[in-house]
Design a protein around this ligand. Structure first.
Ligand SMILES: Cc1cc2nc3c(=O)[nH]c(=O)nc-3n(C[C@H](O)[C@H](O)[C@H](O)COP(=O)(O)OP(=O)(O)OC[C@H]3O[C@@H](n4cnc5c(N)ncnc54)[C@H](O)[C@@H]3O)c2cc1C
Length: 308
């Protein structure tokens, strides 16, 4: 029995209705990646039990949101994929005199949260309307756009650590930086957050949301599977898209993966790309840009499973 089968059987004993073997290509926006054992978790109690079990049995895990920032191995992964759903995908809204306080599950999707905030007249999250991730993924990455990041509105983060113990961390203690949070250095699941938003006219907020979506449609190759920006902005401050374009790499192809002609920091799956194609193209781009500009680009995307 291989390790995936062992893990599957063990988890099925404890969570019979919630464990399945899925293809990672169904769970990632690049639409690539092989098989993995997946558990859909519907409450923090269930998550605590699962983390306790994986800790005792030494089973590795990976928490996956919408997979919009992940390159998953073609051969799948040993890690159990944990996905948040049910009570962990709900939002509670509280109107105060000066604004809105929200308690949001880690599995809530950012575009629907942002849309709902605009419709209620809760201001601040308009920037997030086109970011296709979950709240947990957004906090982990400190996702942002158009001058705002999720951390700007965050009061606190609820987590379960790798043993299943719960903790609440104040926003100031999350070590937020550009596409960085302390959670990138810890083994913890972000189960929920508290946010504070302002108040504005819903019509104004909806029109700002529409404007942002329109800008993104014009700028990004959204008709192809992709994972947003592949590389982080380097310390030199030059946008990676410009460095890649200046290196003459727009339209460069490896297998089914291509550097987008519309936005050079996007790698698109033209139809039949594998994760290996994408990984090889990422390596190519990094090497060419280094040779042309002397600047070493680092990935923003996260890897899941072994690279061949
Ligand atoms: C078309 C497109 C446009 C994009 N535009 C932007 C943009 O404007 N700005 C921006 O910042 N990003 C952007 N992204 C990237 C991506 O959407 C964000 O990084 C997003 O926050 C990732 O969320 P996710 O739920 O998809 O996380 P995933 O991709 O599933 O995971 C990313 C990382 O977060 C971790 N993680 C996920 N959920 C949790 C959790 N609950 N607890 C602990 N760790 C967790 C994962 O383990 C993984 O390491 C874009 C992506 C696409 C495809």
């Amino acid at each position: 029995m291989n390790s995936v089968e062992f893990t599957y059987d063990l988890l099925r004993e404890h969570f019979p209705a919630d464990v399945e073997i899925l293809q990672l290509r169904e769970l990632t926006t690049w639409q690539t990646g092989g098989p993995a054992v997946s558990v859909t978790v519907t409450s923090s109690g269930m998550l605590a039990d699962l983390l306790g079990l994986t800790f005792r049995e030494g089973i590795p895990w990976f928490i996956l949101g919408q997979g919009s920032n992940v390159l998953a191995s073609d051969s799948g992964c040993r890690e159990v994929i944990i996905r948040l759903s049910g009570a962990m995908s709900e939002t509670a809204w509280y109107r105060s005199e000066n604004g809105w306080d929200l308690i949001i599950g880690g599995g809530v999707r950012l575009p629907s949260l942002s849309g709902a905030a605009c419709s209620r007249g809760a201001s601040g999250l308009e920037f997030a309307i086109g970011i296709p991730g979950t709240v947990g993924g957004a906090v982990f990455m400190n996702a942002g756009a158009y001058g705002n990041s999720i951390s700007d509105f965050l009061k606190s983060v609820s987590v379960l650590d790798y043993t299943g113990s719960a903790n609440t961390i104040a926003g100031e203690e999350c070590c937020f930086g550009y596409r960085f949070s302390r959670f990138q250095k810890e083994r913890a699941v972000i189960t929920g957050i508290k946010l504070s938003l302002g108040i504005d006219d819903p019509a104004v907020l909806r029109s700002e949301g529409k404007r942002i979506l329109e800008l993104r449609r014009k700028k990004f190759p959204l008709q192809y599977p992709n994972a947003g920006s592949v590389f982080r902005k380097p310390d030199e401050g030059i946008p990676p898209g410009k460095l890649i374009e200046d290196a003459g790499l727009k339209g460069r192809i490896v297998g089914g993966a291509m550097v987008s002609c519309k936005h050079a920091n996007f790698i698109i799956n033209t139809g039949e790309a594998t994760s290996d194609d994408i990984a090889e193209l990422i390596d190519n781009v990094r090497e060419y840009v280094l040779a042309c500009s002397g600047i070493l680009l680092k990935e923003e995307i996260r890897y899941l499973g072994r690279r061949n």
